[in-house]
Design a protein around this ligand. Structure first.
Ligand SMILES: Cc1ncc(COP(=O)(O)O)c(C=O)c1O
Length: 448
């Protein structure tokens, strides 16, 4: 008997899906029944117990990513950028692993504080912080505030307690992609002050005149999904030059340099991701060279990874609602979620892989477009994905690498409630965020 007779699926080109460790959480496998499991929990069981769509979050993956950052940057301050996914459990896990937390609103601050994060280990960002947010942050004793406008300096000088540490956000003039939504290091955009500009000099001078504010350093954030570490080296060289200028002009030494986040992750097999060892070496070399060149004492470096901590820990589960073959067109697999739980496809043209989770397919495959359920023609989750040709309504599909900027960007479009988040760890699962119900949505509708 030949291999093809034993496995006829090989003839049709229907290879079983591979669970690439670059895009799935560690400990993702097929179990004996052919179902995908993460850290010992079958995704199909989660779909049965909690319904769909559902975000699954692998706790160990988050913790291991934190450990990897700590190992690669033993001397740096590492802030987890909460905008990627700010929930109490994650705030808890990352701080237990030695990270601090970056927040950009009173809401994120409240989540961090209610998770028990030490306010001294919180940094507040935002180009449009309100008076109330600044007041709340100061009253909570937030360790650092990143100043983003001259108005903020005025407000903070009225609100701050003695010795409030602040950093000034600068744009170092580095264009990582040329896409305005994801390149925040370029000069002409809403964040920060252009490096070397009169307005940046004015901001420095104003902060230094405020007795209650203590300017400890500069901050920059270059953008998102950056896989080339050289950009960070260049940012360090430019920022150290600017720090040296402050020393020369004001006889004042800045001791901290925060180079933001933006480290790329692989959304699909083969995508480039940031190599932490290389990044760490480039940061070190750039610091050594720039500090030696300017005769400047080495500042403490801070980094703010968000996506790189949580993206790969997340998997979204959907159920197939229908399968439609358009004559001469595509095959549409419609699922029970879409752009409200994953707006990144419509927003950024992001690409994902999709895998059937309730069985290990070995038969023929088809090429399909996975469509969301929302009333927008652009509500497409993935195009040209390979799915089993015998896929049926009711089966569970899993989309990996959905831990970052999914729950946090989710909406209740079409009055469909947002999905729950279910944590998995060592064979157990538990609900971290419950599903948003129609009752939740109605409870906000208070007028008639
Ligand atoms: C100031 C700042 N720091 C950190 C981050 C985190 O970026 P990422 O999740 O890509 O690492 C962002 C994202 O927008 C940011 O604006």
């Amino acid at each position: 008997m030949t291999l093809l007779e034993i496995f006829p699926s090989l003839r049709s080109g229907g290879m079983p899906a591979r669970l690439d460790s670059a895009v799935w959480p560690r400990d993702t496998h097929y179990d004996d029944a052919g179902r995908i499991t993460i850290d010992g929990v079958a995704l199909a069981d989660i779909a049965d117990q909690y319904g769909t769509p559902t975000y699954v979050l692998a706790e160990r993956e988050v913790r291991e990513r934190c450990k990897a950052y700590r190992a690669a940057f033993p001397e740096a301050e590492i802030y987890y950028a909460g905008k990627a996914l700010m929930i109490r459990a994650v705030a808890d896990w990352v701080t237990q692993e030695g990270l601090s937390v970056d927040v950009c609103s009173a809401g994120e601050l409240a989540v961090a504080l209610s998770a028990g994060v030490d306010p001294k280990r919180i940094i507040l960002h935002g180009n449009g912080k309100t008076f109330d947010e600044l007041e709340t942050a100061v009253e909570a004793g937030v360790g650092r505030i990143v100043v983003d406008s001259l108005t903020e300096i005025t407000l903070l000088s009225a609100l701050a307690m003695d010795g409030q540490q602040v950093l000034l956000r600068l744009t170092p003039g580095i264009d990582v992609h040329g896409h305005p939504a994801v390149a925040t290091g370029v000069t002409d955009q809403k964040f920060g002050f252009p490096i070397g500009s009169e307005s940046a000099a004015e901001a420095v001078a104003r902060i230094l005149r405020q007795p209650k504010l203590r300017l400890i350093g500069f901050h920059c954030h270059l953008g998102s999904q950056i896989d080339d570490p050289d950009y960070y080296g260049e940012a360090i060289r430019r920022m150290i030059a600017e720090m040296a200028r402050v020393r020369d002009d004001h006889d004042y030494l800045l001791t901290h340099l925060d180079i933001g986040g933006g480290h790329a992750v692989a959304y699909r097999c083969g995508d480039a991701e940031m190599n932490l060892t290389e990044l760490s070496a480039i940061v070190e070399d750039a610091l050594d060279a720039a500090c030696a060149r300017r005769g400047f004492p080495r500042p403490v470096i801070a980094i703010e990874p968000g996506r790189a901590i949580v993206a790969r820990a997340g998997v979204t589960l959907y159920r197939v609602l229908s399968i439609k073959h358009i004559d001469g067109g595509h095959t549409y697999v419609t699922v029970d979620g879409g752009m409200s739980d994953n707006p990144r496809v419509a927003l950024y043209g992001a690409h994902y892989s999709v895998v059937v989770a309730n069985r290990h397919p070995t038969g023929p495959h088809m090429t399909a477009t996975v469509a969301g359920r929302f009333c927008e023609a652009g509500d497409i989750l993935a195009t040209d994905v390979r799915l089993p040709a015998d896929l049926r309504p009711g089966e569970v599909l899993a989309v990996p690498c959905t831990g970052a900027y999914h729950h946090s960007l989710a909406s209740s479009y079409n009055s469909v409630g947002r999905p729950p988040i279910i944590a998995v760890r060592e064979g157990r699962c538990r609900e971290l965020i419950r599903r948003e119900t129609i009752a939740d949505l109605l409870s906000r509708d208070v007028g008639r």
